[in-house]
Design a protein around this ligand. Structure first.
Ligand SMILES: Nc1ncnc2c1ncn2[C@@H]1O[C@H](COP(=O)(O)OP(=O)(O)OP(=O)(O)O)[C@@H](O)[C@H]1O
Ligand SMILES: [Mg+2]
Length: 360
């Protein structure tokens, strides 16, 4: 069943079109991540769902009800903002119950909800402290708690972890995942952190300039990006891109800098085009060096730069003049200047039209 339906939604600030006829269908209980660079319209879209911004055109439905012009409080949503501004003079308990008191909810019901949220978020020992006496991660949990006590169907998160350090981010990321598994609510989560997106999402909507470039599972987005933009945005270290042409009268080949990469095992979206400029993309983790295996494509190359990354090492080699990074276990990494045999299966590649950037 559909939880949130966004139909042809556009939003302009003056002459600036921030959202451009956007469509999105979010299922009941789904964890949907809006991912994209700064300024692409993620917060704007979230604020439209929340009712904090009026759309210029289009409609928004929540649980089948047209809420396009409904007040935020009548939409059945709870929102966690990036800047979580807790009331400094109130205790954690006061912060959690404030909105409910304003809504004139019965005292025992408020107590029940605060106790439940505190238990879920494991902040029970902190209920009588003030925000200044909490760590950043604890404050963030209280901010989530404020949305949780509202007992809503849909949670909206706008970069809730962005002002935490890396370690705390990864800890709270797991907690948000647990929270979703336990509650089963629909969650829409904005981030520009691709690791958060890949680990949390059922589906990711990758945005750019007010449009959704791809809406898919993390697995599909990682393995079959629809265009070069998505391919380059997802994955760290990033995908290798080689410029060349698709050639061959018999089996299609990608030809670049004197190398011919067979594409007979590559799943083209339509019939393989011939003689067109193309970009061959392959992720560093899908290229091997000195593996001793019999790859459909392999060649000799020299190591140009070695970047240790802890458990893995990124080894930079070249195909002609073009860079090819290989991600491999550090204990097997070659040294600077070594000659290595790199190899891969073109089945793992993504091939794009160099002009349009679309996947071929
Ligand atoms: N009130 C406003 N008036 C004019 N332009 C605005 C207004 N609010 C946002 N914008 C513009 O709309 C675009 C999208 O902004 P938005 O806040 O949705 O981006 P975002 O994807 O959330 O970025 P970030 O990752 O930096 O938070 C930006 O170019 C921004 O400058
Ligand atoms: Mg934003």
């Amino acid at each position: 069943m559909t939880s949130i339906l966004i139909k042809d939604v556009s939003l302009s600030f003056g002459s600036v079109d921030v959202l451009k006829s956007l469509n999105l269908d979010i299922a009941d209980g789904e964890f949907l991540v809006l991912l994209g660079p700064s300024g692409c319209g993620k917060s704007t879209l979230l604020n439209c769902i929340a009712g904090l911004l009026d759309v210029s055109a289009g409609q928004i439905f929540i649980k089948g009800k047209n809420v396009t012009w409904a007040e935020p409080k009548d939409r059945g949503i709870g929102m966690v903002f990036q800047s979580y501004a807790l009331y400094p003079q109130m205790t954690v308990r006061g912060n959690l119950s404030f909105g409910l008191k304003n809504a004139r909810m019965a005292k025992d019901e408020i107590e029940r909800r605060v106790a439940r949220a505190a238990e879920i978020l494991q902040i029970e020992p902190l209920l009588d402290r003030k925000p200044a006496q909490l760590s950043g991660g604890q404050r963030q949990r209280v901010a989530i708690g404020r949305a949780l006590v509202r007992d809503v169907d849909v949670f909206l998160f706008d970069e809730p972890l962005s002002n935490l350090d890396a370690k705390l981010r990864s800890e709270l990321r797991v907690e948000i995942k647990r929270l979703h598994q336990r509650l089963g609510n629909t969650m829409v989560y904005v981030t520009h952190d691709q690791i958060e997106a890949l680990t949390l999402a059922d589906r990711i909507a990758i945005m750019k300039g007010g449009v959704i470039e791809q809406l898919d599972t993390p697995h599909e987005i990682y393995n079959r990006p629809v265009n070069r933009y998505v391919a380059g945005f997802i994955g760290s270290p990033g995908m290798n891109f080689l410029e060349g042409v698709i050639d061959g009268a018999g089996e299609p080949m990608f030809v670049a800098d004197g190398a011919s990469i067979p594409l007979s095992r590559y799943a083209f979206a339509a019939a393989a085009p011939r003689g067109v400029p193309a970009t061959f993309g392959i992720r560093p983790e899908h290229v091997s060096a000195n593996s001793g295996m019999d790859w459909p494509f392999s060649m000799k190359s020299r190591v140009d730069v070695v970047e240790p990354m802890g458990s893995d090492t990124l080894v930079w080699t070249k195909l002609g003049k073009q860079d090819v990074a290989v991600r491999m276990p550090s204990e097997r990494a070659p040294r600077l200047g070594d000659e290595v045999t790199i190899g891969f299966d073109p089945m793992r590649a993504s091939v794009f039209d160099s002009g349009s950037g679309q996947r071929l």
